[in-house]
Design a protein around this ligand. Structure first.
Ligand SMILES: [Zn+2]
Length: 441
């Protein structure tokens, strides 16, 4: 089968997508029509548009879905994915993570970043919000790799002026230097290729940043219209350390609020152990949260009370947190997230709404897009949006050959609980096919 590499084209397959207005669109025989600019002009039943079905590339019984949105990952850490299970956060950083980021020079970035973007696409992820390392030139290499690969990427240079992994940088110069480097990277990359590439100002987390760095970085993000991303309330040891370092703050979220860091352009990863006051501040300010359940269990950090947060109205999507999580697949994140919420129910600490498979699919696609303020452009397959599409071979999901799921709820359940590393056969961003997913036989 010849899959189209560039638009325009029409795909005919089984269609499954969340809808902006709520609910799910499902057609066993569906079409997605993509114009020359990479925009979706039609998404719906093939029977409704015989004119389009005529010239379509027929990939049935493959499934057409929106690409996954990964709200949290660390690109330089990908080579160590799967190492260090069960260590606590701060010890794991020292042992497995800082050495890798310290070694992320330009040559390493030029080798790792293209492979990393292909790996994201192979997992079905078409939009990723990621952390780089601290070195400016390595960020240029990471952006260049995303530019040529075609993935939709939001990237930021890690900023840290309290604990750092490079002793050759004079601590007294880090704040000004890190801000200047970040400002230059924003100038070069934010909004590149019609907004496909964007910048996220990226202070690592409160433990490794002074109040000055948090405040200045938040001001830079606000004045340039870029994102601001960091970690919050991941691990009890980390939370205690933040309380010690910022005695004037009411709690962890207050550290970022005092810095001017909360708001709709901010994505905070983890947020596992929030008080009711912290939840209310995140909801009231429209701050976004990246839920990373695999990472939270891999590092034994905790289990987010997801039902309570959603009932409070929090804007939340999913993150792989590689290498805190061993797996780039957002389908795997949905599976572990669902198991973790069941564990809360078994333990008697969760009485909120139970998310079903289609709710998890929405979290991994449209809710992630909305968290990035891109809900009108991506996250679902609807006319007027950009064509960020993945194709999945459902044969990988069947427990024995020949089993076919008719209902969308059942299909979604199988996608999550029987996700297979090779099931994503193709991925497109704006109708341009990405390298990474295995070629069809
Ligand atoms: Zn992280």
């Amino acid at each position: 089968m010849e899959l189209p590499a560039t638009p325009p084209f029409v795909l005919r397959g089984r269609l499954l997508t969340p809808l902006v207005a709520g609910g799910t669109l499902h057609h066993a025989d569906g079409l997605v029509a993509i114009d020359a600019a990479g925009g979706i002009t039609f998404s719906g039943a093939a029977a409704a548009r015989p004119d389009l079905a005529e010239g379509a590339v027929d990939i049935r019984p493959w499934l057409l879905m929106p690409g996954m949105v990964d709200l949290h990952a660390h690109l330089p850490q990908l080579p160590n994915a799967g190492l260090g299970a069960g260590m606590d956060l701060l010890a794991w950083l020292e042992r497995y993570i800082f050495p890798l980021e310290r070694g992320f020079d330009v040559a390493t970035a030029e080798r790792v970043a293209p492979e990393a973007w292909r790996a994201f696409a192979a997992a079905g992820t078409t939009t990723a919000l990621v952390y780089g390392a601290v070195y400016e030139a390595s960020l240029d290499a990471t952006f260049r790799a995303a530019e040529s690969h075609g993935i939709r990427a939001i990237v930021g240079k890690v900023m840290m002026d309290r604990v750092t992994y490079d002793p050759t940088i004079d601590p007294s110069t880090i704040l000004d230097r890190s801000l200047a480097e970040t400002a230059r990277l924003i100038e070069r990359w934010h909004g590149a290729d019609g907004g496909r590439l964007r910048y996220a100002v990226t202070p690592r987390f409160a433990v490794s940043c002074t109040a000055d760095l948090l405040r200045e970085s938040a001001a830079l993000a606000a004045s340039t219209g870029t994102y601001w991303q960091t970690h919050v309330s991941e691990d009890p040891g980390e939370i205690a350390e933040v309380a010690r370092l910022f005695p004037e703050a009411l709690d962890y979220v207050d550290v970022y609020e005092r810095a001017g860091g909360l708001g709709e352009r901010t994505v905070l990863a983890h947020a596992v152990h929030l008080s009711d006051r912290e939840v209310a501040r995140l909801v009231d300010t429209g701050t976004r949260v990246a839920h990373c359940p695999i990472s939270n269990l891999f590092l034994a950090s905790g289990v987010m009370p997801l039902g309570r947060y959603l009932e409070a109205g929090m804007s939340l999507g999913l993150g792989s947190d590689v290498a805190g999580g061993p797996d780039l697949s957002i389908f795997s994140v949905m599976r572990l997230g669902s198991y973790a919420q069941n564990a809360r129910r078994v333990a008697g600490v969760e009485t909120g709404r139970v998310l079903g498979p289609l709710d998890w699919i929405r979290l991994g696609t449209l809710a992630g897009a909305e968290a990035l303020g891109l809900g009108d452009a991506i996250g679902s397959l609807e006319a007027g949006k950009e064509a960020d599409v993945i194709a999945i071979d459902p044969a990988y999901l069947a427990p024995i050959p020949g089993v076919v799921d008719e209902e969308p709820h059942d299909l979604a359940s199988r996608l999550i609980f029987r996700a297979h590393p090779d099931m994503v056969r193709a991925a497109w961003v704006r109708g341009r096919r990405l390298e990474g997913p295995a070629s069809p036989a």
